[in-house]
Design a protein around this ligand. Structure first.
Ligand code: BES
Ligand code: ZN
Ligand code: ZN
Length: 488
């Protein structure tokens, strides 16, 4: 689906379908006239969630699709994304491939027209994606060729921003949905390399031999049970330029069986999504480059499988991490913090202004926040406040959990500096995981995002189909846009 913008009045829109979003009781006069003409003005008054399709005779559009938005005073930005998804589904259902979406609202919205335009473009593109790369294509696939967002105002760049954000999120979703037998650490490195080539990023991959030389035993210990070689993947945007520098570190476990501390088999297939933190960062650097954000970005991805075998790491094993700290591995299923420990210490060496890491790190974050938020912890209060605000704007909301020193005590080791499990009961599991990561960032300002609560959905929800959501891409890209402005 191609999404474009056109600055026009409704009368000159030519399309198979013209979508008209309406607030309750505030249907634009020209659209209301169509309802009156058809004698159905009582059937649709703009109630939230209602849609209504009408043939349009003698117009440059064949049909009208009304979408109810409810009251304009209370509408949230995300409801425009949902309305766009409804429009896409409605058009596909009616087999109409050339769609126009009317963007001028007859009401006093509390959001800027630009933000609404961005959100509509996002919702349309996100909802258009099907994540079925291995299904035989149906012959009569219903698809939209073109979606034109129309307004009397100039919203072209806002629409473009929505297109970039959503396409970057969809890129992340498409990479993340690949199963572990395809998306191995090697394939993930190749995927990152292709992205680097396309956008002119610097690229480097560190294989097993070099990881050994460097003493990155956190990553190596996790990979020991797997037949796949581990990789440390690096991408650089605006390298060497005098710009604010952020390091983005993402957990790239291509499959998490738990290792010797093996997980129950029920639902284990979802552990192919344990690479979503890494892929989220690929989505962010892609979006940042397309939006030409004036920031320098280093993406660092530790990638490996976590598998049991005769050579796998065993509970009780002790390893020396890249920064020299020793860790007793009490639970081989707490592997994310081991690979991230090395990657964070490595990222901190370049002395960036900020490190953000994202990881499907703990099952406990789902217990805390359900599927509605990302767990956030860190040392940079200013960035965390900014991320909170961006979370509200993007509907990728974050909620801060404390990192009090007592949690740091919980991961102090008996036979080693640290242990990789806070407690056997799992108390404060999300926080003790973050407290472990904190040991590897030194004095670099740092924010950790535990995305295990939002990385995928088990069924169609809102503008997402079943599968990986790409959540975090929109949040961190939007954050970097604001961060760059403030640091100028
Ligand atoms: N990848 C998992 C976290 C996870 C669990 C993500 C469920 C999504 C859904 C992580 O590696 C893990 O297994 N963490 C353990 C840590 C524990 C053993 C200290 C957990 O959360 O149970
Ligand atoms: Zn695990
Ligand atoms: Zn994991």
């Amino acid at each position: 689906m191609k999404v474009e913008f056109a600055r026009k009045d409704f009368g000159s829109v030519s399309a198979d379908l013209l979508v008209v979003p309406c607030f309750k009781g505030k249907i634009p006069a020209w659209a209301h006239a169509e309802l009156l003409k058809a004698g159905v003005e009582k059937d649709f008054v703009g109630e939230k969630g209602r849609t209504y399709m009408l043939p349009a005779k003698g117009k440059p559009y064949k049909r009208l699709l009304f979408i109810g938005l409810g009251r304009e005073k209370t509408i949230e930005l995300d409801e425009f994304r949902l309305a766009a998804a409804k429009a896409v589904r409605g058009a596909k259902g009616a087999r109409l491939g050339n769609v126009a979406f009317w963007l001028d609202f007859n009401g006093a919205i509390r959001h800027s027209e630009k933000d609404v335009a961005t959100a509509v473009a996002e919702g349309a593109i996100l909802s258009d994606l099907k994540l079925e790369p291995y299904k035989k294509k149906k012959k009569e696939e219903r698809k939209i060729d073109r979606l034109v967002l129309v307004s009397k105002l100039d919203l072209a760049s806002a629409v473009m921003e929505g297109v970039v954000l959503a396409e970057s999120q969809n890129y992340a979703r498409m990479v993340a949905v690949e199963p572990a037998n395809i998306m191995t650490p090697k394939k993930l490195a190749e995927t990152a390399k292709a992205l680097a080539k396309e956008h002119g990023f610097g690229f480097r991959e560190i294989g097993k031999g070099e990881l050994e030389k460097k003493g990155m035993n956190g990553i190596l210990s996790v990979s020991r049970g797997s037949a796949q070689e581990p990789k440390l993947i690096e991408l650089r945007y605006n390298e060497g330029k005098k710009l604010p520098h952020v390091a983005l570190v993402g957990k790239g476990i291509t499959f998490d069986s738990g290792g010797i501390s093996i997980k129950p088999s029920k639902g284990m297939d979802a552990m192919k999504f344990d690479k979503c933190g890494a892929i989220m960062m690929l989505g962010v650097i892609r979006a940042a480059a397309e939006l030409k954000l004036p920031v320098r970005i280093s993406v660092v991805i530790p990638a490996t499988e976590n598998m049991p075998s005769g050579s796998a790491t065993k509970p009780g094993d002790i390893v020396r991490m890249y920064n020299g700290k020793t860790v007793e591995i009490l639970n081989t299923d707490a592997e994310g913090r081991l690979i991230l420990g090395d990657a964070l210490a490595y990222a901190a060496e370049a002395k960036p202004d900020l490190i953000i890491d994202a990881a499907t790190l703990t099952g406990a974050v789902f217990v805390v926040l359900g599927r509605h938020g990302i767990g956030m912890m860190g040392t940079d209060k200013g960035s965390m406040k900014e991320l909170y605000d961006c979370g509200i704007e993007t509907q990728e909301r974050v909620w801060e959990l404390p990192l009090w020193k007592e949690y740091g005590e919980m991961i102090k080791g008996d036979y080693s500096d640290l242990k990789n499990q806070g407690s056997e009961t799992g108390e404060a599991g999300t926080i003790t995981a973050a407290a472990f990561l904190k040991e590897f960032v030194g004095s670099t300002p740092w924010v950790h995002l535990d995305i295990a609560s939002v990385d995928h959905t088990d069924g169609e929800t809102g503008y997402f189909c079943k599968g990986p959501t790409g959540k975090g891409v929109r949040l961190v890209t939007t954050f970097l846009r604001e961060w760059a402005k403030k640091r100028k």
